[in-house]
Design a binder for this molecule. Structure first.
Ligand SMILES: [Zn+2]
Length: 400
């Protein structure tokens, strides 16, 4: 969030950062966590039902405060709720409210959003303490205190920092995690740099830059992706039905999937940080990832998750006062960056570019990355006088 003073945009001095850790509850604590989640899910659906009814009968609306005031009644009616922290229950009511706020603002914007939906058990996977104690994590970092649940063993694989704002408990498969959302000072903007870079993403390389740098898909990531594929194949061989072996195979796939997702996220953060620290302008292809994901390349694109990468890149760039441009990717791989000649045949092979007009030859991905940068720079040059340039999308260069 930013506020303006004297026409100058001032960035707020703090930002939120989330730290996620694995929990190791005892059997009794595990049961308490399960029960809490189940009761929260039922409360969520109950509150949603009440508001849906009121909305349909028009004229009568139920506010978040009405529903919060009714919580003691809920506890009287269903005594199990007395075993759940009061603020956790209030947070459930707020979640329902947020779903409705989102719905109404989309209606206001002229869209036709789906009505807030009931959440089935397997989709309701977290509950939140909105005002946790600053001493929630024990001094030795071995336990986290969850009101009404107890001191649960935690694995603090890295330290967290800042002021603890919210504490969420999350179930992933059969594992439990805690997410600490902390307020931390915003990093100082990085020193200015006029360096610009174009990046061409692909499946052979994670990305290739206009400077000729080749970034690998990390090996640890490839290894776990391979394990995931093996596990998926094993699962597909198990007969359909409710057998124990099938359930175990399914759990293994889910676990490996989460592992690769975690590693991918880490890779994306690292690479984005590197690019943002080195360049003032970063241009990448506007992949319209969703559209492409439906095509033949879909599976691979989903695996590599460029949508997520570009999102992380943009937010890190914004924090550091850098600029990221998504340029139209058409013809960037077929155009000669030296003479501009554009033809499919320029692409001698997957890896090599050889211009049929001027003879320029170069690594095909580097040629494409240079075109991407050129397109971004051309766009910037045209719009430097216009403040709103960053809200516009660059258009593709014409053929030839
Ligand atoms: Zn050429």
């Amino acid at each position: 969030m930013a506020n303006t003073r004297k026409g100058v945009t001032q960035v707020e001095s703090t930002t939120r950062k989330a730290f996620k850790y694995r929990l190791y509850p005892t059997k009794a604590q595990g049961r308490a966590l399960d029960t809490t989640l189940l009761l929260c899910q039922r409360l969520y659906n109950g509150c949603l039902e009440e508001r849906r009814g009121a909305y349909k009968k028009a004229g009568k609306s139920v506010s978040v405060y009405d529903q919060m005031k009714a919580l003691p009644e809920v506890k009287d009616g269903v005594p199990e709720y007395k075993g759940v922290n009061a603020q956790v229950l209030q947070n459930v009511v707020r979640r329902v409210d947020r779903a409705f706020q989102g719905f109404f603002s989309r209606v206001k914007a002229g869209k036709t959003p789906g009505y807030p939906r009931f959440k089935p058990r397997d989709r309701y996977d977290s509950f939140t303490y909105p005002q946790p104690s600053q001493n929630s994590v024990s001094g030795d970092g071995k336990h986290v205190y969850l009101p009404k649940i107890g001191n649960v063993r935690i694995k603090l694989h890295r330290p967290f920092a800042g002021k603890l704002k919210t504490l969420a408990v999350k179930r992933e498969g059969r594992e439990w995690y805690v997410v600490l959302s902390c307020e931390v000072p915003r990093a100082e903007p990085l020193p200015e740099t006029s360096s610009g870079v174009g990046i061409d993403v692909g499946t052979t390389w994670f990305y290739v830059t206009s400077d000729g740098e080749f970034c690998k898909n990390h090996r640890f990531f490839q290894a776990s992706s391979k394990k995931l594929r093996v596990a998926q194949r094993a699962l597909s061989r198990k007969p359909k039905g409710r057998s124990n072996r099938r359930r175990k195979a399914k759990e293994r796939v889910a676990k490996l999937y989460r592992k690769t997702a975690r590693q991918r996220l880490q890779l994306h953060h690292e690479e984005a940080k590197k690019l943002v620290s080195q360049h003032g302008l970063i241009c990448h292809e506007d992949l319209n990832v969703k559209g492409m994901a439906q095509g033949k390349l879909g599976k691979q694109i989903h695996d590599v998750g460029w949508g997520q990468f570009f999102q992380i890149l943009s937010s890190k760039a914004e924090e550091a006062g850098r600029r990221v441009l998504a340029v139209d990717p058409r013809f960037t791989s077929q155009r000669c960056r030296v003479c501009g000649h554009t033809e499919k045949g320029n692409r001698a092979s997957q890896a090599n570019f050889r211009c049929l007009s001027c003879g320029h030859s170069e690594n095909a991905d580097v040629n494409a990355a240079k075109n991407i940068l050129a397109q971004g720079l051309r766009f910037v040059a045209q719009r430097t006088s216009l403040e709103d340039a960053c809200h516009e999308k660059p258009r593709p260069l014409g053929l030839g």
